[in-house]
Design a protein around this ligand. Sequence first.
Ligand code: RP5
Length: 172
Amino acid sequence: MPPKKALPPRVGIVLGSESDVQIMRPCATTLAEFGIPHELRVISAHRSPEAAHEYAKTAAARGLAVIIAAAGGAAHLAGVLASLTPLPVIGVPMPTSNLGGLDSLLAVVQMPSGVPVATVAIGKSGPVNAAVLAAQILAIGDAELREKVVAYKLRLAERIAIADENVRAGRV
Ligand code: RP5
């Protein structure tokens, strides 16, 4: 049987630096759990601005539906990409600077009117939440994916119910 052809990516995860890769791994893992084809790129708004421009300008035509942009410090990446693409952009503030990540959050949430970046949580929830939000956006037009999102939420509730049982039984 010929090898299965990889589907073209629907979500682009763009990282401002190699130092963001490990933090953002759970984002890619979560998209994979939903069966969403995605790509991971390192492109910097400041260090490789031309590549950032090219990526944003060509993303929609390549079939991407959502861009997830993770950057720390000045964290302009999500905003720059959002300014150049009609696609929804999700910003993940990275805790990689000397100021611990609150600076990145403040940078990402200060987009001017008309150029939104959907900013997710700081800390370890951010990469996962970016992937879940991307799945929810794609699920608007995809009933099968919507079922996966519903199942994901049921699993969250199950985990909480188990924790509740454990606490009530004095096991933790
Ligand atoms: C940002 O500055 C990157 O997104 C990263 O989070 C942070 C630090 O980058 P490095 O100096 O480690 O490359 O541009």
